[in-house]
Design a protein around this ligand. Structure first.
Ligand SMILES: [Zn+2]
Length: 195
C-alpha cells in the first residue's frame, strides 16, 4: 500500500534526507490495528520527471511485522503510477484547459504529445468527481463546466494540499486510478479457490 510522505521540498532535498529511516516512519500500520512501529524494509525505485529533475528516485518501504504487509512512502510531489510530477501535470492541465490564465511556474521540459493528451482525457473524465471530493476542502467555484471548476478549486486549495487531501484522506487519485486499482488504489486480491 502506498501512503504519502509529507515532504514538501524539491526532489533533490527529498533524496538527501531519505537515508534516515526514522525521520518519517509511520507511527503505526495503516492496514491493521497492531500498535507496533513499522520496520524499515528497503526501497523501491521509480522514475520522476519534474521541471528540474528527470531520473530515478528511491521510495522508502516499511514492513508491518504483525500483518506482514508493506507500506511505501510516496513523496508528495509524485502521483502514484504516473512518471511525471504533480507540478508538471498541473502545468500541462492549466495551460491546455485555461489558456487565458498564466500557467504555474516553472515550465516543465518538453515531453511527448501523447502523454499530455492522456492526462487531459483522464482529468476530463475525473473532473465531476473531483469537484464533489474537493468540496470537502475548499468552496466550489462558479465555472461553466466541471473541468474549469475542478481547476479553480485545485488552484484555490493549492495542488499539493489538494493531492494530499484526495490521496491521504479519500484514497482518490487526481487523474483516476487505473482499472485494476479502483476504487482506492489497493490491488484487490481474490481468495484462492478451494482445492
Ligand atoms: Zn499491519
Amino acid at each position: 500500500m502506498q501512503i504519502l510522505h509529507q515532504f514538501t521540498g524539491s526532489v533533490q532535498q527529498y533524496l538527501e534526507q531519505l537515508s534516515d529511516p526514522d525521520q518519517h516512519r509511520p507511527a503505526c500500520c495503516p492496514q491493521c490495528p497492531a500498535p507496533v512501529p513499522l520496520t524499515a524494509h528497503g526501497f523501491y525505485s521509480r522514475t520522476i520527471i519534474d521541471a528540474a529533475f528527470d531520473g530515478v528516485i528511491r521510495v522508502r518501504r516499511y514492513l508491518c511485522e504483525a500483518c506482514r504487509r508493506t507500506v511505501s512512502l510516496l513523496p508528495e510531489f509524485a502521483l502514484p503510477y504516473l512518471r511525471s510530477s504533480l507540478a508538471v501535470i498541473a502545468w500541462w492541465l492549466m495551460v491546455h484547459f485555461l489558456p487565458a490564465s498564466p500557467p504555474p511556474a516553472p515550465a516543465p521540459p518538453p515531453m511527448p504529445y501523447q502523454r499530455g493528451q492522456f492526462w487531459l482525457r483522464r482529468f476530463r473524465a475525473q473532473a465531476a468527481a473531483l469537484c464533489v471530493a474537493l468540496a470537502g476542502l475548499t468552496t466550489p467555484a462558479p465555472a461553466p463546466n466541471f473541468v474549469q471548476r475542478a481547476l479553480a478549486m485545485l488552484t484555490t486549495a493549492g495542488w499539493t494540499p489538494a493531492h494530499r487531501f484526495l490521496f491521504a484522506d479519500l484514497r482518490q487519485h487526481l487523474l483516476g486510478w487505473p482499472p485494476s486499482l479502483v476504487p482506492d488504489g489497493r490491488r484487490v486480491t481474490l481468495p484462492a479457490a478451494p482445492a
